[in-house]
Each structure stands twice: as structure tokens, then as C-alpha cells.
Design a protein around this ligand. Structure first.
Ligand code: ZN
Ligand code: ZN
Length: 418
């Protein structure tokens, strides 16, 4: 039995999965609060005969299926939703609310398609469980919390993931995005950027606005910092070399005639290799410290590295093997994805387990609409990006493409060779 034979069975399980997807979409849960989702996944995996381990890193779980000799393959889906008010108008749109980490009530929506990831991986898990004669080895289906925070994968690793699963020979992950639903794409090497978020506190000395000479103005200091930071990419990286430094927030003071004590900057940086990432971090710290020195700041600046996303750097071997299988199954040339400036924490898992990995993207939108918008130059208006309140993959055939891609990739390692 080949991957194609296995996928012919997809039709028989499809109605169940579409209901399941719409139910998940109606009931999104914020990062580290994926209790209901994890419960549904756990029930399904147990029912299918997997050894299920729950509560890894909070709501994370794995299902392990041992099926004779052969490689061990791990596939991962993320489960969390976002604090976004859904505006899709779909009959199965979310009206859910949740409590965020600061205690505030917020609308919640699956605006990044993680409900689709969960459904596709469960479908692949069902096909693998129903057709054990077709393959040999060990399959690990992993469902992680809190991808949106960049900490869910790491939390599972730190909570002893390696103690409950065998070491995988390869790890696989996928994401649905604003592409046509007939498109599956990957690339060897750096596929998604590494990212850091940094909170920087600058210290001045508060005084009356009419007597600036008694104080040290953190707003002026912060302004100089922001101007200098924006020269890092243009003046310190070679032309054409990718890097991003964004100041996303600059807060200080609350009254026109008070020079405040401090200023706080929130920064985000992106890079396609760890050397550039380190170069950006070093340049930021150097500039901030020097500007504080120049202003006579009474205390050194504080750097708090908050969200950190690892680099997603696909294995060449895994890319060659899986993209050949995609080409054979989907019948078109393997599509090479462009490196993307977005970030993911998936690679924290294979990195910690010492396994090579492959991450790919697939589309969730009508191909004709997409290609017309692309030709008109209206893509950004017509196809919503991930995290938009209108992000709504077409359930079918997006599900079919995602479930097929995952199954084909799994079978490229696990299919029984006669
Ligand atoms: Zn996201
Ligand atoms: Zn996502």
C-alpha cells in the first residue's frame, strides 16, 4: 500500500474531520489554555490506539504508535488561538472570549489556522492507525501549546518530552497561510526567520518641564536611540543581507510639563542566521548603552529579552526526500518557498531532540481568486494574512491538501518497502 492508496481512504473519514475542524474553530483557546482542544485530541488518539501522554508543558500532548522496525518520525501541530475578534461572518465563526495573561477579557479566534493544523494531523494519525500494514516504524503525533508566544515548544522540551517519546529520526511541521489551496511549498536551509522581542528600559532623571537643566530627559534619550537603531540594518549589514530591527513601542511620560524618570522601548528583530541575529543584538546593546552614556543617564539601561523564536532551518536531506514525494503525489513541480520573515517555535523540538526537520507551508484560499488578485496587484486586500480577523481558510479542500501533505511526508519515511 502506497501513500496514494492510504489517501484514497481520506474520503471515508472526511465528514468527521470537517465537523471536527468547525467545532475547533468555534471553540478557540488562548496560549497555554488549550484544555478543551487537548482533551478532544487525546480522546481521539486514545480511541485510535495511540499511547497518549498528556500534560507535557501544560496542555501539550503526544500520541505514540509503535508499528515494528523502522524509522521514528515525529509530526507536530500547534493548538493555540489568538486574542482577535473574528470578523469572517462564517456560520462557524467564533464568539468565544478568554482571559489573557494580564487578566483581561478578550475575544478569541483561530486567526492563524492552528485548528486546521490539529485537524490535518489527526487525520494523518487516523490513516496511519487504520493502515498499519502499509508502514513500519514509530509514529509520534505531537500537539503543542502556545506557539503564538514562542514558548510552547520549549516548555514541552523542558517538561521532559524526551523522557516519554523515542528519539525521532526526523520531525515534520506545516502551516496554512494565504496561498492557493493547491500549493504546498518548502525550501532547504533557512525557511523562517529567527526573532527576538526586547524590552529596553532607559533611565533619566525626572524634573519640572520648565527646568530641564535639573533633569535628564529620557524622551530625548529614547528618540536618539530610535534614530540610531534604524541605522543598524542600513549601515551595519551588507547591502541585500536580510535583517529587521523594528521599534514597535516607545512609551514615556504622561504630562506636558513633567520630564519623566524613564522611557520604555519594545523592539523586534528578525534574521535568517544566528550570526546576524547576534550581530543585531550586539549592535542594539552597543547603541543603547552609548546613547545612555552620552545623555549622562543615572543608571545603566535594562535589556529584557522576552519572546524569542528560533531560526527554522530545514534539513537538506529531509527537503529532498519529502519534496520528491510531494511532487509525485501532487503532480506538479515541487514549489520552492521564499524565505519568510515570519517566525515559528517548532524547531525548538527537533533541535532539543537532536533530529533534522522539515517545515512547509500550504495554502487555504481559492486559487482563481488568488491568481486574479495577484495579477491585479490586490493580493493584500483580497487574501487576508494570518492573524487578520478575516483569516478564513476554505475548509475543503484546504483540509485535504494539508492532511495529504502530512500523510505523504510521513509515508516518505515510513512506507513498508517490499
Ligand atoms: Zn500565528
Ligand atoms: Zn501560526
Amino acid at each position: 500500500m502506497t501513500a496514494a492508496d492510504l489517501l484514497a481512504e481520506l474520503d471515508t473519514i472526511q465528514p468527521w474531520h470537517l465537523d471536527f475542524y468547525q467545532d475547533l474553530h468555534r471553540h478557540p483557546e488562548l496560549s497555554f489554555q488549550e484544555v478543551r482542544t487537548a482533551g478532544l485530541v487525546s480522546d481521539r488518539l486514545s480511541h485510535l490506539g495511540y499511547d497518549v501522554h498528556t500534560g507535557i508543558g501544560g496542555t501539550g500532548l503526544v500520541g505514540v504508535l509503535h508499528n515494528g522496525d523502522g524509522p521514528t518520525v515525529l509530526a507536530r501541530a500547534d493548538m493555540d488561538a489568538l486574542p482577535v475578534r473574528e470578523a469572517t461572518g462564517l456560520p462557524y465563526a467564533s464568539t468565544a472570549t478568554g482571559t489573557d495573561s494580564t487578566g483581561h477579557q478578550t475575544p478569541v479566534m483561530h486567526a492563524c489556522g492552528h485548528d486546521m493544523h490539529v485537524t490535518c494531523l489527526l487525520a494523518a494519525a487516523q490513516l496511519m492507525a487504520d493502515h498499519r500494514d502499509a508502514w513500519s516504524g514509530t509514529f509520534i503525533a505531537l500537539f503543542q501549546p502556545a506557539e503564538e508566544l514562542g514558548t510552547g515548544a520549549r516548555t514541552m522540551v523542558e517538561d521532559g518530552l524526551a523522557d516519554v517519546i523515542p528519539k525521532p529520526d526526523v520531525a515534520l511541521g506545516q502551516h496554512v497561510i494565504g496561498l492557493p489551496h493547491d500549493t504546498v511549498a518548502s525550501r532547504p536551509g533557512a525557511a523562517l526567520s529567527a526573532a527576538d522581542s526586547i524590552r529596553i528600559t532607559l533611565h533619566g532623571r525626572g524634573t519640572h518641564g520648565s527646568m530641564p537643566h535639573y533633569g535628564i530627559d529620557p524622551i530625548l534619550l529614547g528618540s536618539a536611540v530610535v534614530m540610531r537603531l534604524n541605522a543598524i540594518v542600513s549601515r551595519e549589514l551588507p547591502p541585500g543581507h536580510f535583517g529587521i530591527v523594528t521599534v514597535g513601542s516607545f512609551q514615556s511620560g504622561s504630562k506636558s510639563n513633567v520630564i519623566p524618570e524613564t522611557a520604555t522601548l519594545l523592539l523586534n528583530l528578525r534574521a535568517y542566521d544566528d550570526r546576524t541575529r547576534q550581530q543585531l543584538r550586539d549592535a542594539i546593546e552597543r547603541i543603547v548603552k552609548a546613547e545612555c552614556e552620552a545623555s549622562g543617564s543615572p543608571a545603566p539601561p535594562e535589556f529584557d529579552y522576552t519572546n524569542a523564536f528560533p531560526l527554522t532551518e530545514n534539513s537538506l536531506d529531509a527537503y529532498e526526500k519529502v519534496s520528491a514525494a510531494f511532487t509525485e503525489h501532487f503532480g506538479n513541480e515541487a514549489i520552492l518557498m521564499k524565505p519568510s520573515t515570519v517566525s515559528e517555535d517548532f524547531s525548538d523540538i527537533p533541535r532539543a531532540l537532536g533530529a533534522p526537520y522539515l517545515y512547509w507551508i500550504w495554502g487555504g484560499f481559492d486559487p482563481d481568486t488568488y491568481r486574479r488578485a495577484e495579477a491585479d496587484g490586490t493580493l493584500s486586500k483580497v487574501i487576508p494574512g494570518n492573524h487578520a480577523s478575516t483569516f478564513a481558510p476554505v475548509p475543503e479542500p484546504t483540509f485535504r491538501t494539508g492532511a495529504s501533505a502530512m500523510t505523504v511526508a510521513l509515508m516518505s519515511y515510513l512506507a513498508r518497502r517490499s
